[in-house]
Design a protein around this ligand. Structure first.
Ligand code: 5GP
Length: 110
């Protein structure tokens, strides 16, 4: 079981931003930007490459809701999803990093 599944089922605490029946957003424990949020599906799919279009459409809309909730729609933000070993993906549970809150440099995550 990944740490994100433990967050979804309440075994691990997280600073939640937004939640619905399918998706959850919470602040990254090790932020790489002034605002660094992770948006995940509640079901465990290992990465973007393995996800079906229906799920990604829902996640897409959810990410926009998260951005609006924290005001990033006004200032701009980046979204990143690491996929597999060469990307440096650490947690094998699909997630998008939502990064903002300052003018961001292009730095490697993780
Ligand atoms: P990845 O490298 O897989 O794309 O990113 C995983 C992210 O999950 C990292 O940015 C890391 O800081 C974050 N992370 C790992 N464990 C936890 C945790 O227990 N809680 C929270 N909030 N974030 C975590």
């Amino acid at each position: 079981m990944t740490v994100f599944e433990k967050i979804v089922n309440g075994e691990l605490p997280a600073n939640k931003v937004l939640e619905n029946d399918k998706f959850l957003a919470f602040y990254d424990i090790s932020p790489k930007a002034p605002i660094h949020i992770l948006a995940i599906p509640k079901i465990c799919i290992k990465d973007f490459h393995s996800a079906d279009l229906e799920l990604l459409k829902g996640l897409n809309e959810f990410i926009k809701e998260v951005a609006i909730k924290v005001g990033l729609d006004k200032t701009g933000y980046r979204i990143i999803s690491n996929i597999g070993a060469d990307s440096g993906q650490e947690v094998p549970h699909l997630h998008f990093h939502i990064l903002g809150g300052a003018k961001l440099k292009w730095e490697k995550l993780g």
